[in-house]
Design a protein around this ligand. Structure first.
Ligand code: NAD
Length: 349
């Protein structure tokens, strides 16, 4: 049977949830609540019930699940209110602004015996799934370095995302997705150090981009870069592994893989450049290297909601776990610390 659910916050992401959750076949929308009357009127004009207050929504016994899609600084109070009202809760990312706040949420969920998770929808992005699949398959060996980049050129949005008090900035906005993805690819690795540099080109108050290096005890590296001032974007993913290299140029593009067949070459034809020649940097040919493309994986983001409904019914465990939420939050905190100190910091967790 479908679960009755409601959405708090009917802005950009709230309306996405209304549209997409319904397509998951497991939810029935009871209505939305937004503090802004214009948003409530907009919902009504679309035939959606708008609650007159948060209390009215929380007192609606038929609602089992609430998705919270409001600015980051108000997640804590609304998450706690919903859990204490006996609702299961999905909160938008970044779930909290500190590990301390996250612990309060988890404690409250446990106390009330409710499902509480965060919407890490980018686990269903096909570019990430392709890299994860390639790493898991071992086809080109263990990843040594994965670079994950999102480059735009429109600066940071001029809404609440541009203010520190409301939890703005690109580490919290985009970093959380990219960190979450890479920590799943490197799921067996243990973090050693974190180094992060932030940029403030279009916004002085919060980071409008950053460079984050996560070094694991094994020596493997996860590199995350977000830029909002990149008029020519670099590729979405670049992965160096023990036996090959993979690249994904853009969100929906196929993965290009170059797999080494034989390490040693008997004959190398030197490359002539304008001012010299090089054997070291001479490209390989098909005798020692295979080049191919990997098909785009199948993905359905509605599986996120399908999982939560099963978790509520006790038929499955939640995909985005509390421990994963804790780790992602800690990494962001260490990234801020490294940027502030302008040095690499030892990761303790
Ligand atoms: P938005 O500004 O478009 O919408 C936020 C809405 O929340 C507004 O309509 C506002 O009136 C309402 N609101 C503010 N405080 C409220 C409160 N206390 N109670 C009820 N309503 C309140 O913002 P957005 O882009 O929709 O972002 C909302 C959340 O979703 C943020 O946490 C953001 O990080 C997240 N988000 C996630 C993704 C994703 O892909 N997972 C994408 C975009 C945004």
């Amino acid at each position: 049977m479908k679960k009755k659910f409601a959405v708090i916050g009917y802005g950009g992401m709230g309306s996405w949830h209304v549209n997409h959750a319904l397509k998951s076949d497991v939810l029935e929308l009871c209505g939305i609540w937004d503090i802004d009357i214009k948003k409530r009127d907009l919902a009504k004009s679309r035939g959606i019930y708008a609650y007159g207050s948060l209390e009215e929504l929380l007192n609606d016994k038929s609602v089992e699940l609430i998705t919270i899609a409001i600015p980051n600084d108000v997640h804590l109070e609304v998450v706690l209110a919903c859990l204490n009202a006996g609702k299961n809760v999905i909160c938008e990312k970044p779930v909290a602004l500190s590990s301390g706040d996250l612990e309060k949420m988890i404690e409250c969920a446990n106390k009330n015996g409710k499902i509480f998770t965060v919407h890490q929808n980018r686990r269903w992005d096909v570019d990430y799934l392709a890299i994860q699949g390639l790493a898991d398959s071992g086809e080109i060996g263990k990843p040594i370095r994965i670079e994950s980049r999102i480059h735009g050129s429109r600066g940071i949005p001029s809404d609440w995302r541009g203010t520190k008090a409301q939890g703005g900035g690109m580490i919290l906005d985009w970093g959380i997705h990219l960190i979450d993805q890479l920590m799943l690819v490197y799921k067996d690795e243990v973090i050693d150090t974190i180094n992060c540099t932030v940029t403030n080109i279009t916004n002085k108050e919060v980071d409008d981009g950053f460079y984050l290096t996560i070094t694991f005890k094994s020596g493997a590296v996860a590199f995350v870069e977000v830029g909002t001032y990149n008029f020519i974007p670099l590729p979405r993913f670049y992965m160096k592994a023990e036996n090959g290299t993979a690249i994904i140029e853009d969100w929906q593009k196929k993965t290009k893989v170059a797999k080494c067949k034989h390490w040693h070459e008997s004959e190398v034809i030197p490359v002539q450049t304008a001012a010299g020649l090089t054997k070291t940097m001479a490209p390989r040919d098909s005798i020692t290297m295979d080049e191919y493309e990997v098909d785009i994986p199948k993905s359905d983001v509605h599986d996120f909601y399908r999982n939560i409904v099963k978790a509520i019914d006790g038929e499955s465990t939640q995909i985005v776990t509390h421990d994963q939420m804790r780790l992602d939050m800690k990494i962001m905190e260490y990234a801020f610390k490294s940027a502030e100190l302008n040095q690499t910091v030892k990761f303790e967790y």
